[in-house]
Design a binder for this molecule. Structure first.
Ligand SMILES: Cc1cc2nc3c(=O)[nH]c(=O)nc-3n(C[C@H](O)[C@H](O)[C@H](O)COP(=O)(O)OP(=O)(O)OC[C@H]3O[C@@H](n4cnc5c(N)ncnc54)[C@H](O)[C@@H]3O)c2cc1C
Length: 517
């Protein structure tokens, strides 16, 4: 048989790019991807077009559905472009998004990159030691700026971390106050740990990419080379001729036979079907789209697969002593602090990110104040510089809250539910008050179902044959197949509260490294 490549990888997001990086050491994989890229160059845009867009896309949440600020931002629109037509979902309640971009969702990520420890991997058929060599290699490859060692954070790659991103505005004050001896003892006693975020942001030049420049535009300018996304890895491997990369292809299904694996894709420009032959297929299309490809391949219309996501809540805080301060745009405008809650009030660890509000549009908050237009403007000018938002992520496990199935027309039926906790939010509000940061429980907002963008668990790894073979073994191999592997978070049997993408990447490398052709 004449193979197009010994190994085909679907997707160029964190999973696909990491697998390609590892495989390029032993073979030349072929990466197939829809691979949408930014339509405009940032440098061609006026400030208004960059922030609001020619069709006022930046204000779309006022008239339409809520969308997180970065994904709503005009020049970031390509990240979630065209998924509704190409990867259709039917759902009463799914308010999430999918990405068909080169580099995947990570084009728009907050770049918080964390390792899972054995506590996070409870319920997985692998341990942290299995992932360690890949965490280490990724830390060097990506260039991760170090945060503090936080509770439950193993920092196996400590030695290779770049200096931490400097703190600014309310984040800086919250961090400093949490370090006062009495405050730190009191926080620890409640199971609250506050530290600097670990980020895929270059605080010095690294492997040909430049140092991060603070310009307050992180929410509006995509593809800043100092903020890592997996498209850089794909481009680098392509330039060294270590992989073949084909964009513009929507993979529909695969067929496995004694001859090998036929991968069926549609060329999006012409609508023609193309078939690629390989010995081994690694699917990293994101937990939802990977499940779609697998269900389509087996024509499984009765199966209900689990869908995990991190329930999210948002707590706004005001630092009273900073009221009237201007917005501090001197550092990264994404999350600068990580907050972990590990008290008895919730069964698992809860992890959060604390943001200043210097990076988003003031208009995002205009409708949040119930006063006159003038009074609202006054509030915005005087409050935003003193405000921060704590975004909390909760863990998830298979249950009735999330599942998906395939309809014969290729549409995925998705069910997910909003989950509202509240006890942890109350404790954090009370504890932050002692640090001079005020909030009230009724101000807490809960994320929409699907709105975390952290999807997992559709084809969970298990040591035992389960879900009628629609699960994976500990190597990510589909239990029903010989040489087809899922390499993204579809294989996670549980989803801890921690940012998942560094583990998606390390796990994809582990699977690629162990692949025997
Ligand atoms: C706003 C935002 C902020 C985030 N912040 C963080 C963060 O700070 N830290 C963190 O860890 N995570 C974060 N995430 C989540 C993170 O981006 C995802 O977990 C991660 O990108 C998932 O990687 P993946 O490779 O599995 O899939 P994706 O990133 O979804 O990539 C999927 C890839 O597969 C391709 N593809 C899909 N279907 C097909 C098909 N049928 N045929 C061909 N190609 C296909 C796509 O083109 C794409 O290249 C964030 C996400 C968003 C949206």
């Amino acid at each position: 048989m004449n193979y197009d490549s010994d190994v085909i990888i679907v997707g160029s997001g964190p999973a696909g790019a990491a697998a390609a990086l590892q495989l390029a050491e032993k073979t030349k994989p072929l990466v197939l991807d829809v691979g949408i890229t930014a339509a405009h160059k940032t440098s061609d845009q006026s400030y208004l077009t960059e922030t609001l867009g020619t069709e006022l896309q930046g204000l779309s949440h006022i008239t339409g559905q809520y969308l997180s600020p970065k994904l709503r931002s005009p020049l970031f629109r390509y990240v979630t472009g065209h998924w509704r037509e190409l990867s259709p979902i039917r759902s009463q309640n799914f308010r999430g998004e999918l990405s068909l971009a080169m580099g995947g969702f990570a084009n728009a990520w907050g770049s918080g990159l964390y390792e899972f420890d054995d506590e996070d991997l409870r319920g997985f058929p692998i341990q942290q030691a299995d992932l360690q060599p890949y965490y280490k290699r990724l830390t060097e490859h990506i260039g991760i700026s170090g945060g503090d060692k936080l509770f439950g954070d193993s920092i196996v790659s400590d030695g290779s971390l770049l200096p931490a991103v400097p703190l600014s505005g309310p984040s800086k004050n919250l961090y400093q106050r949490s370090r006062y001896p009495r405050a730190s003892v009191s926080l620890e006693r409640k199971g609250i740990h506050i530290g600097r975020q670990r980020l895929g942001i270059l605080t010095r030049p690294h492997r040909g990419r430049p140092q991060y420049v603070f310009d307050g535009q992180d929410f509006f300018r995509p593809s800043k080379e100092s903020i890592y996304h997996p498209g850089y890895t794909i481009r680098e491997l392509q330039q060294c001729n270590k992989i073949d990369f084909k964009a513009g292809l929507l993979v529909k299904r695969f067929e496995e036979s004694a001859e090998g694996i036929a991968v069926h894709a549609v060329e999006l420009e012409t609508g023609a079907e193309e078939v690629f032959w390989t010995r081994a297929l690694l699917i990293g299309a994101g937990a939802i789209n990977t499940a779609r490809i697998v269900l389509q391949s087996f024509q499984e219309y009765a199966a209900k697969l689990p869908l995990l996501e991190n329930p999210v809540s948002f707590i706004p805080f005001v630092e009273l002593s900073a009221l009237g301060s201007p917005l501090d745009r001197s550092s990264f405008t994404g999350a600068q602090l990580a907050v972990i809650f590990d008290g008895p009030q919730h069964r698992d660890r809860v992890q959060g990110s604390f943001y200043n509000l210097s990076g988003v549009l003031q208009s995002d908050f205009f409708l949040d104040f119930p006063l006159s237009t003038r009074a609202n403007r006054y509030c915005l000018t005087n409050i935003l510089g003193a405000m921060g938002v704590l975004q909390l992520f909760y863990s998830d496990a298979p249950g009735t809250a999330g599942y998906l199935s395939l309809a014969p027309d290729g549409t995925l039926n998705v069910h997910c539910e909003q989950r509202r906790y509240g006890a942890v939010e109350k404790i954090l509000i009370k504890s932050f008050r002692a640090l001079g940061f005020w909030s009230l429980p009724f101000l807490v907002r809960y994320g929409e179902p699907g709105g975390s963008f952290h999807y997992a668990g559709t084809l969970p790894m298990s040591r035992h044959e389960t879900m009628k073979g629609l699960a994976t073994d500990p190597m990510g191999r589909l239990q029903r197949s010989r040489m087809v592997f899922a390499i993204d978070a579809s294989t996670f049997p549980l989803l801890p509260a921690k940012n998942l993408s560094l583990t998606i990447m390390a796990n994809a490398m582990r699977i690629a490294a162990k692949l025997v052709l």
